[in-house]
Design a protein around this ligand. Structure first.
Ligand SMILES: *Cc1c(COP(=O)(O)O)cnc(C)c1O
Length: 394
């Protein structure tokens, strides 16, 4: 069966949703190698160097656990390994993904306490500090924050969240979802004192969906010894034991690991700082186009602008989904939809992963043509504004 049923359009599809992202040819070629014996001698050597190398991407000296699962699995792993039934978790409602993580916490038998936002900015560090100061009995066992809220395009300042926890003198663990920021936005697991970093393969890491990650601090490992939520598949302990020699306790996603090996090499060869600067530049160019069109950016706080995606509001009386449909049918480009309360109100431009200056110009060109084709009021010339910025800051 053809996996792509829409009317064929010549030219490569532009997959500009904020994950899954475009998979570079080098990663596709790496995955296109014969699957090997995951208990054989070659696998241990391969696994050991990969598990070592991947730490650099998280900026950690500690272990990184890799699951054959989507990011949602790594969310569950972070909670199930560190917490016990009835534990309180302080979460920050930055948008749809924070909402989903909270629902999961509830289903696992945890008590989620929510610091609210209006879905137009990142986590409220002062609100977190105030909630922790009030919690004199230390009932809150973990603070859980989404680093880059993919539903709104707002990036939370994890350094400020860390300072808020320290200022309150609170012993809670810090759990951070970096599913749409790792490998595209500055992130420092060790320096920011994060206890569990949750990540996924299909966004900044430029892989297909199917792998997810927990980077784990020593404090989190100690918490895992005392935690009593039921866990089996997600249990870090057998994984870390097998990983010592480069192996896995059950069959790993071997070919995705080949891809991860290649993608990690690509990120480290470019240099993480250069990767972050590239994303910052393309995000700024995108915002200049959006402002020129006269459209509104969902994130209202410039300090929280996301470098991996931009969520754009459509004017009242217009349909973001209608615009996305026009752009897909006419120009063969997929854009992200509005999630939860933002359904049909925003479209999301993914500018992360394997993405260069002409990917940006093509993407914005598709949006600008789509605005005209769908009859969404705008001022033409946004692509020019983006190009002028890129030329001045190449
Ligand atoms: C994509 C995403 C998720 C969900 O990951 P899945 O791989 O779809 O399970 C969770 N959090 C954030 C911030 C995301 O961007």
């Amino acid at each position: 069966m053809a996996y792509y049923e829409s009317k064929p359009v010549a030219g490569r599809h532009f997959l500009q949703i904020p994950g899954p992202t475009n998979v570079p040819d080098r990663v596709l070629r790496a995955m296109d190698n014969p699957t090997m014996d995951h208990r054989g001698p070659d696998f241990g050597r391969f696994g050991k160097q990969l598990l070592e190398k991947i730490r650099a991407v998280f900026k950690t000296e500690g272990p990184v656990v890799i699951y054959p699962a989507s990011g949602t699995g790594a969310w569950e792993a972070a909670l199930a390994n560190t917490l016990s039934p009835g534990d309180r978790v302080l979460m920050c409602e930055t948008g749809w993904f924070a909402h989903l993580w909270r629902e999961m916490a509830g289903r696992l038998g945890l008590e989620a306490q929510f610091v609210e936002t209006d879905w137009r900015r990142g986590a409220d560090a002062a609100g977190i500090e105030a909630a922790l100061r009030e919690d004199k009995a230390h009932a809150i066992k973990a603070v859980a924050v989404v680093h880059n809220e993919t539903s709104t395009g707002a990036t939370s300042r994890i350094d400020e969240v860390r300072r808020a926890i320290d200022a309150a003198g609170h012993p809670a663990l810090l759990l951070v979802d970096t599913i749409s920021s790792l490998g595209s936005i500055d992130y420092r697991h060790d320096e920011w004192g994060v206890d569990v970093t949750v990540a996924g393969s299909q966004k900044g890491l430029m892989l297909p969906p199917g792998l997810s990650f927990n980077a784990v601090s020593q404090k989190a490992l100690r918490a895992a010894e005392a935690a009593t939520l039921p866990r089996s598949f997600w249990d870090w302990r057998p994984m870390l034991k097998a990983n010592e020699t480069g192996y896995f306790p059950y069959t790993p996603a071997t070919n995705l690991l080949y891809g991860l090996d290649a993608a990690t090499d690509m990120l480290l060869e470019e240099g993480l700082e250069n990767v972050f600067a590239r994303h910052d530049r393309f995000a700024e160019a995108t915002r200049r186009a959006v402002r020129h069109w006269g459209l509104e950016i969902q994130c209202e706080e410039p300090r929280h602008y996301s470098s991996s995606l931009t969520a754009v509001r459509v004017p009242e009386g217009h349909s973001a989904d209608g615009l996305r449909r026009t752009i897909l049918e006419r120009f063969n480009m997929s854009l992200g939809n509005g999630l939860g309360r933002l359904g049909d109100r925003v479209f999301r431009i993914g500018h992360l992963g394997d993405f260069g200056p002409l990917s940006l110009v093509g993407t914005l060109g598709g949006v600008e043509m789509g605005l005209a084709a769908a009859g969404v009021p705008h001022k033409p010339g946004g692509v020019q504004a983006a190009m002028a910025y890129l030329n001045g800051n190449a």
